[in-house]
Design a protein around this ligand. Structure first.
Ligand code: SF4
Length: 213
């Protein structure tokens, strides 16, 4: 995420404050193995938030989310429905790369959750797209993405749209076509919410108290 500009809005400054805390965070053991933390990036008034599992090797080097092969795949998927990376806020459940890209533990997810909660509270996305099983499970408690992908779920006052992780589709043509089909369903969901993908409107503030453990 870029440094706040002179005259940046209070919300942008709040978002940057979270990013600054993430960059020096030592709340869980992942701080010892990371190269740099990856707070997330995107506009403070984004109506769509995408949440993945954790930074990978390239993200860990650059400090930016979804910049590796999976990120390129995500960009193509967004383009399918007329969206660009600049339209969305994108982050992860944990902000530091787990060794060997292992799944983050619940202790790590819980330690990191105040940052994501803060980002959601500030941005107030109308819809959150989870990418992969870990994000889905952490945010909703659902454990099987194969049952719930491509449909809108309500969690408290939040609308969540589960998608497979774009990395999972890199070498699996079947999953790639499922993801492409789910993006069209996402586009339909945005229309039903009167949130056309190119100009989504802001909705009310989500309730977060019971959002994550
Ligand atoms: S993963 Fe989250 S809680 Fe753990 S060190 Fe990184 S920023 Fe802190």
């Amino acid at each position: 995420m870029s440094e706040p500009k002179v005259g940046a809005s209070p919300l942008s400054l709040e978002l940057e404050e979270i990013a600054s805390k993430v960059r020096v965070c030592t709340l869980c053991p992942l701080s010892k193995s990371r190269t740099v933390a990856v707070p997330g990036e995107g506009p403070v008034d984004a109506k769509l938030m995408f949440v993945g599992e954790a930074p990978g090797a390239e993200e860990d080097k650059q400090g930016r989310p979804f910049v590796g092969a999976a990120g390129k795949n995500l960009n193509s998927l967004l383009n399918l429905i007329g969206l660009n990376r600049e339209d969305i806020f994108i982050t992860n459940i944990v902000k530091c790369r787990p060794p060997e890209n292992r799944v983050p533990t619940w202790d790590e997810r819980n330690a990191c959750s105040p940052y994501l909660k803060g980002q959601i509270r500030i941005i107030k996305p109308a819809l959150i797209c989870t990418l992969g099983n870990t994000a889905l499970e952490t945010l909703t408690g659902a454990t099987s993405i194969s049952r719930v992908h491509g449909q809108t779920m309500k969690k408290e006052d939040m609308l969540i749209f589960p998608l497979y992780h774009p990395a999972a589709a890199l070498h699996n043509p079947k999953l790639k076509s499922v993801l492409e089909s789910d993006m069209q369903k996402l586009n339909e969901a945005l229309k039903q919410l009167q949130l056309p993908s190119s100009t989504p409107k802001r909705s009310g503030s989500p309730k977060l108290d019971d959002f994550m453990p």
